[in-house]
Design a protein. Structure first.
Length: 278
């Protein structure tokens, strides 16, 4: 999507599989499988979506996918088909060294795993060496003090090397990253989870991250079992959907697979989803 001198595009790091019960929480399988069919192991395929914002001044990447550092056993377990972010960047004539800012909606590995890569000695090093990584302080604190429930969600080698090289910009709450690009905390999915709001010309775009991970999760009660504060997710999701309906915001889903984005229209007082490809 080109808006004047600014270009906004969805990049795909790949896809992976997650248990349908985890994806849809307390929604019965008999209900959610009418929308998406699971495989024989009850897994549904999700996307690893990122957003690239290019302006004459800066190249901004929102989220970094899952990267390539995890073991072959884990990749097989989650049906991982990924590590495609760098290839996606090259389609826009960019390399990792051209990225100036990486905004992370949170530090779960499916959002931050691509921030680092393994060097020849097997050590994790920043994948975008010239970038500043923008993270909510609360997200950082949560990742470094999580309990057993979220043990499989965070991997320290995704983010600690960034701090070791002093590449992290910690923020607290709503903040403008650059004119027309603002982050706002919607922390139902995880401590410090932030949504990225982009305003350029007449276009308004919200990268929802895990607040609304897929188009199926536009139903208010469809909330992932992996959310840390599901009741907050319910309230915050309604807020974002209302914002989208009233202001004409395009929503980009952090894990949408077949459908990655769309508008929510007001149709006789009820929300109606209109898928749009970016």
């Amino acid at each position: 999507m080109n808006i004047g001198s600014t270009s906004i595009n969805i990049l795909r790091d790949g896809t992976y599989l997650m248990d349908g019960g985890t994806v849809f929480g307390n929604i019965p399988k008999t209900e959610w499988e009418l929308q998406v069919k699971p495989d024989r192991r009850n897994r549904v395929r999700l996307g690893l979506n990122c957003v690239l914002i290019t302006t004459p001044e800066k190249n901004i990447l929102v989220d970094s996918g899952a990267g390539s550092k995890r073991t072959a056993e884990l990749k097989e377990q989650i049906g991982f088909n990924g590590n495609k972010l760098m290839r996606s960047l090259r389609t826009f004539g960019l390399t990792a060294r051209d990225i100036d800012v990486v905004v992370l909606t949170q530090l779960h590995s499916t959002h931050s795993g691509g921030c680092t890569k393994l060097d020849r000695t097997g050590d994790a090093v920043p994948a975008f060496p010239k970038a500043t990584y923008v993270i909510q302080q609360d997200a950082w604190d949560g990742a470094n003090s999580h309990n057993e429930r979220f043990q499989g969600s965070f991997y320290e080698d995704d983010y600690l090397p960034l701090a070791d090289q002093e590449l992290v910009s910690f923020i607290d709450g709503e903040e403008e990253i650059m004119p027309g690009v603002t982050v706002k905390v919607f922390d139902g999915p995880a401590r410090g989870h932030q949504v990225v709001l982009i305003e350029r010309g007449s276009e308004r775009i919200a990268f929802a991250g895990d607040l609304i991970p897929t188009s199926y999760h536009l139903y208010p009660s469809w909330i992932s079992a992996a959310d840390e504060f599901p009741n907050e997710t319910l309230v915050q999701k309604r807020q974002l959907i209302e914002l989208a309906m009233e202001g004409g915001w395009l929503i980009i889903f952090g894990h949408g697979n077949e459908c990655k984005s769309g508008y929510v229209r007001d149709r006789n007082g009820k929300p109606q989803f209109v898928p749009i490809e970016v």
